[in-house]
Design a protein around this ligand. Structure first.
Ligand code: FAD
Length: 376
């Protein structure tokens, strides 16, 4: 029997595997396709803070940003390229967010280098911007592979999991505990209160003669050019397309055109040659905060606490939980920033029983879902 089975080998599953195997646990890591086959493989994997005025999500991402940059630098320096980054407001109503971020962030800022002025189009220069000196771009594929390297990998789609007297049956193996890390793909477990929003994204690796000296986030995100002239352009931009639900096939050519058009509207890019496309889904929760923690059984919890239908506040520990079942998901456009931070928190909980961040407890959605059922 494995100690832990993780379903989904994106950044969240792979980072969880890393911390658990590092503590000596026997971990099975499942993916229906391959490591980083979902949203993680499509990501530009820029380590960026959230540029906003404030709030729980901005604070969480900022904490995770500082943690994850150090973690990658220390543990996998070969899979992160250090680079500074320039954030430019996407539209005028984002200007105030940028100004506020500059004023209140804990992250060290610097003044924008002259070179970026020559690179940007006038339309991009019209917006407020912030320049962060120490940041990075992760090699998404290699990082996920390295994080998951000490787990036993199973190339297998898990359609359902079965609770045993002690532990779980997952495909052909058994494990004491299970972590669901399936991103925005179809869920393995039907718990009606766990609803994730899927956003489809597209990244292209390109070659260009233009020297991009740092990461640029504006209408799309651009990676700094390597010495050989390689860069990447990425964005998540389609809330309707879902590879497992949509009837139509995603139009890669049209997606590329949108990316290039947006990129050249902000940066003077020349001699663009498209090298490779990557596509995938990212998942976000209804309140934009990730889901990290134990998974409660909605049906049994309502049987035990029918007062939930009236919106009663109860002690969450008295809910009926699926024993040994956890979720790490909903990291939105910040999976590579949040992944290691959340995974480390989850592993400390599993190994030493340390509490996790209560703001991320998935049962917050169970309480809301139960109340809506009554209202509906
Ligand atoms: C175009 C794009 C650009 C992005 N840019 C950035 C960025 O610059 N910085 C950043 O931090 N984040 C970025 N993100 C967001 C980031 O990629 C996501 O937050 C992150 O990938 C989520 O990771 P995950 O592990 O939760 O999900 P995923 O990476 O989607 O992994 C889920 C895995 O589960 C597997 N799976 C699903 N169901 C099953 C099943 N039943 N059985 C077995 N396996 C299953 C899938 O095959 C998949 O590999 C971007 C996303 C996209 C799409």
């Amino acid at each position: 029997m494995f100690d832990v089975a993780i379903i989904g080998a994106g950044i969240n599953g792979a980072a969880s595997a890393h911390f658990l195997t590092r503590s000596g646990l026997r971990v099975a890591l499942f993916d229906r396709e391959a490591i980083a086959a979902g949203g993680s493989g499509a990501a530009g994997a820029f380590i960026s803070p959230k540029i906003s005025k404030g709030g729980s999500l901005k604070d969480l991402i900022e904490e995770a940003y500082l943690y994850s940059l150090q973690f990658y630098d220390r543990s996998f320096p070969e899979h992160i390229s250090n680079a500074s980054q320039l954030h430019i407001a996407k539209q005028s109503d984002e200007n105030t967010k940028v100004i506020s971020f500059r004023e209140y962030t804990k992250i060290a800022l610097a003044s924008r280098p002259q070179s970026s002025g020559r690179l940007l189009n006038e339309s991009a220069k019209a917006f407020e911007s912030v320049y962060i000196k120490e940041s990075g771009v992760v090699d998404a594929q290699k990082m996920c592979e390295a994080l998951g390297a000490d787990a036993t990998f199973f190339h297998e789609e898990i359609k359902s999991i079965t609770e045993l007297k002690s532990g779980w049956q997952i495909g052909t193996i058994t494990a004491k505990k299970v972590i669901l890390a399936t991103g925005a793909y179809l869920p393995v477990l039907d718990e009606p209160y766990i609803q994730l929003r899927a956003v489809w994204g597209h990244r292209i690796d390109i070659r260009t003669s233009t020297k991009i000296p740092h990461i640029i986030h504006h209408k799309v995100s651009l990676a700094p050019t390597t010495e050989e002239g390689f860069s990447a352009i990425g964005a998540t931009h389609d809330v309707h397309y879902h590879p497992q639900k949509s009837q139509i096939v995603y139009d890669v050519e049209a997606g590329r055109e949108v990316l290039i058009e947006k990129a050249i509207s902000s940066v003077k890019l020349e001699d663009i040659e498209i090298l490779k496309d990557y596509t995938g889904l990212r998942s976000g929760s209804n309140d934009y905060l990730p889901l990290l923690g134990r998974v409660a059984n909605a049906k049994k919890s309502l049987e035990a606490h029918p007062e939930l239908l009236k919106g009663a506040r109860i002690d969450k520990t008295s809910l009926a939980y699926h024993p040994g079942l956890y979720i790490i998901n909903g990291t939105g456009g910040y999976g590579f920033v949040l992944g290691p931070y959340l995974a480390e928190m989850l592993s400390r909980h599993l190994i030493d029983g340390e509490p996790m961040d209560d703001r991320l407890d998935p049962t917050r959605f169970l309480l809301r879902w139960a109340k809506r059922r009554k209202d509906g």
